[in-house]
Design a protein around this ligand. Structure first.
Ligand SMILES: [Zn+2]
Ligand SMILES: [Zn+2]
Length: 245
């Protein structure tokens, strides 16, 4: 990815609600999945990757399905991908069945039986390769975090970051790791900003909980208090499908 595109992406994401890195990661994954449906269903390299990982993780498998149904009101792209995968599993199961028969008559080397069993023991999207959409997401997450950490001490960037919703817990930990290694002056900025936001969140959660009690239930809640429990989920678990918003 080009440096100016990375910086621009970060700046725009920091102006949007929620963790900017969750947003950018989800955007890259979505772009990749859309690309498959738009032009790469028949691309041999794309198909090889999908075949290596035996499809996608649950999140991206269903995202691809919903995407095709919502945009094209059809499922041809998915059908072509899964026709391939289905044939692959059928052929492995056929081999497994033959191997089982041979194993019972003790004619099969254990090594071959082990290979087939390992294949069957893989989880969805967790074949030899990682789910291809997760791999794209992880790569872009790392690039954006590296640049965020690198640019953070710069005043304009820092101001933008501080006025954003900040990073979710996972991305904060990841950013701190990168900062410790590559840009130690960013560590203090990341911590100070996270503390400020978490203290505000704690206060809003207090208000939300307090105003549920019988003697305060008529008090009106602020927007921040009303949203506090959802913001807390987003901080601890990461943002849920933020690109749709
Ligand atoms: Zn995040
Ligand atoms: Zn995935």
């Amino acid at each position: 990815m080009q440096t100016d595109l990375v910086t621009l992406g970060l700046k725009l994401a920091m102006k949007e609600p929620g963790c900017p890195i969750c947003r950018l990661r989800q955007k890259s994954e979505k772009r990749y999945l859309l690309g498959i449906l738009r032009e790469n269903v028949n691309d041999p390299a794309t198909r090889a990757k999908i075949s290596k990982s035996l499809g996608f993780c649950p999140k991206h498998g269903w995202q691809l399905q919903h995407m095709e149904e919502d945009i094209w009101h059809d499922g041809l792209g998915n059908a072509i991908i899964y026709q391939d995968l289905t044939r692959q599993v059928i052929s492995w199961l056929d081999s497994y069945s033959t191997i089982q028969e041979q194993a019972q008559s003790d004619r099969l080397p254990k090594r071959i039986a082990g290979t087939v069993k390992r294949f069957l023991g893989r989880s969805s999207g967790g074949g030899e390769g990682m789910c291809p959409a997760c791999a794209i997401g992880a790569q872009s997450e790392h690039t954006y975090l590296e640049w965020l950490v690198r640019w953070l001490p710069q005043p304009e960037f820092r101001e933008l970051y501080e006025s954003s919703d900040g990073l979710c817990l996972d991305h904060l930990r990841y950013a701190l790791d990168i900062a410790e290694e590559e840009k130690p002056e960013s560590v203090a900025i990341l911590i100070a900003s996270a503390l400020k936001k978490l203290k505000a969140l704690e206060e809003h959660l207090d208000g939300y909980i307090g105003k549920h009690s019988w003697h305060r239930h008529t008090e009106e809640m602020s927007r921040e208090e009303l949203e506090s429990w959802k913001k807390a989920v987003a901080f601890f678990s990461g943002e849920e499908d933020i690109c749709r918003r």
